[in-house]
Ligand binder design. Structure first.
Ligand code: NI
Length: 230
């Protein structure tokens, strides 16, 4: 499922993050990928150990926790601490596949288990008219989808997809990105639950019969109970 979650960050939060990133020490984005990714990746990232990454990552995590739409779509179990990247001067990341299992590090930097990457997320931090190119292209069974969103908006997409970031030919594209292990491993089941959740919310707000809504809510939770890994 490809889902646009608008306004995860408001414009003030975006401005604060960008002002912090303006004086950041960036590193080559190749440092966090395997051999296949390294051949096609040309961008800069905040170093994983950077205190700024941890601080800004927490701002992103707090914003996600306050977004019911994000929660309904991702049903997150574990989230890799958000990273930050910058594409400019022709920077690009050609078609690649994300690692399926990633290491989680504790705040002290020690290994703290693994995360299966079910969902990939990009949170845009630059406005679309600030740069040329830089579209995230997600390739799935329905074809290729180009994504370029306003600053503060998030795209949720299956980490199992092939995807790329097109060359940024003018300006700079700042973003945060991260992976999520969902309570629901299967994308189709996650989509069904999301659709049902949205329908229940719509019925609730339209004043539908309370007993029927309760009944549907019960079905939703029983499906979640059947399928959830915790
Ligand atoms: Ni990727």
């Amino acid at each position: 499922m490809l889902l646009h979650v608008p306004d995860v960050l408001d414009k003030t939060q975006v401005a604060r993050i960008r002002s912090a990133l303006a004086s950041a020490n960036w590193t080559d984005g190749k440092e966090t990928v395997g051999a296949q990714g390294a051949r096609v990746k040309r961008n800069r990232q905040l170093p994983d150990a950077s205190p700024l990454r941890q601080e800004l990552g927490q701002v992103v995590l707090d914003a996600l926790a306050a977004s019911p739409l994000y929660f309904a779509a991702a049903l997150p179990l574990r989230t890799l601490p958000p990273r930050f990247n910058c594409y400019e001067g022709g920077g690009t990341y050609g078609f690649h596949v994300d690692g399926s299992v990633m290491s989680l590090a504790s705040p002290g930097g020690q290994h703290a288990g693994h995360l299966r990457t079910d969902i990939a997320c990009t949170l845009f931090l630059s406005e679309p008219d600030e740069y040329e190119g830089g579209e995230l292209v997600v390739s799935d069974t329905y074809g290729e989808h180009e994504v370029k969103l306003p600053a503060g908006d998030l795209i949720v997409y299956p980490a199992s997809s092939l995807h790329q970031v097109q060359p940024v030919t003018h300006g700079a594209r700042l973003a945060s990105f991260f992976w999520v292990q969902s309570m629901i491993r299967d994308d189709t089941r996650r989509r069904l639950l999301f659709d049902m959740d949205v329908a229940i919310q719509t019925l609730t707000h339209s004043g539908a019969d309370e007993k029927s809504v309760l009944s549907l809510t019960n079905v939703y939770h029983n499906l979640l109970r059947q399928w959830a890994e915790t």
